[in-house]
Design a protein around this ligand. Structure first.
Ligand SMILES: [Zn+2]
Length: 292
């Protein structure tokens, strides 16, 4: 990745840096909305292009993590997919990305990270929790406390015990080694990480999903997690998304999140939104759009 791709945002005294792992990936509309067609997107081309749709009008999605640096903390939010994995989706299998080199080049060697936060425990948000060294998975961030939601942990372990390989096959390589190393703290869905950062519950995509509210010197930002995978969902918040565990709950969560941050100076950072990734939520008749 080139240096200019280390996009950074300043929020009061907090600096947020984006490290892209995989992007942009073209996603057909039917992956998220199986009963729909391109006609779902067509009315929104005007504000979704050029950043969030390909020239052909297909959805663009990114996988990335965020370093949230306060005056005295270095916090990594969501650790992407990771290298050397066996995953259900072909494009995520056995990847070899320069993610750790990119972290170092951005000024954040792994040993300097003091906290790893996961908005939820799906495989594409926890992968770099570990890396493969001398035949085993070991923690990538040896000096960090890893904050896992207690509700998420119970959910994911339940899936693993039921043999759900598609959704829980990453537990042995990305989660259990952190627990075994004694680096994990199981936290509540409403949790103050430090003076500037608070996690708040945004359930639906998964039962214990959280979003990350950042506030410093009057400036506000929020990292969405997977309450939305694409800005299109701001315009159609009630449309059930195939990726959501509890679709009805996810729709309610999207609406309350968008209402909370609409028409304000809050910088909304979309976990799966490709470049430029951040913008503002604007109310638009009975729904919303994303203004970058
Ligand atoms: Zn995700």
């Amino acid at each position: 990745m080139l240096d200019q791709d280390f996009r950074r945002w300043q929020v009061g005294q907090v600096r947020i840096t984006r490290i892209v792992e995989t992007a942009p990936v073209v996603s057909p509309v039917t992956l998220m909305f199986p009963d729909e067609s391109d006609a779902l997107i067509t009315p929104h081309h005007g504000w979704l292009k050029p950043h969030f749709l390909s020239p052909e009008g297909e959805m663009l999605v990114a996988w990335q993590c965020f370093i949230v640096e306060t005056p005295d903390r270095r916090i990594l939010v969501d650790t992407c997919i990771g290298n050397d994995r066996k995953r259900y989706f072909d494009i995520f299998n056995d990847m070899h990305n320069p993610f750790l080199e990119d972290l170092r080049r951005a000024g954040y060697p792994p040993e300097s990270i003091d906290t790893v936060l996961c908005t939820h425990l799906h495989y594409d948000h926890v992968g770099w929790n570990t890396h493969f060294v001398d035949g085993r998975w070991i923690p990538t961030f040896p000096n960090a406390r890893y904050l896992f939601g207690r509700v998420e942990w119970d959910y994911m372990i339940g899936l693993a015990e039921s043999g759900d390989w598609q959704h829980a096959g990453h537990v042995p390589d990305s989660l259990q080694p952190i627990m075994d190393a004694g680096l994990a703290d199981l936290i509540d869905v409403d949790f103050q990480v430090c003076e500037e950062i608070r996690l708040f519950p945004t359930p639906g995509h998964t039962p214990g999903h959280v979003s990350v509210h950042i506030e410093s010197q009057g400036d506000v930002a929020v990292i969405t997690g997977d309450i939305m995978h694409h800005p299109l969902q701001m315009a159609i918040p009630d449309k059930p998304c195939a990726f959501d565990h509890d679709k009805e709950q996810a729709c309610c969560t999207r609406r309350s999140f968008l209402t909370r941050y609409q028409d304000s100076n809050a910088l909304v950072i979309g976990s799966h939104f490709p470049e430029p990734t951040a913008g503002h939520v604007r109310s638009d008749q009975s729904a919303w759009r994303f203004d970058t």
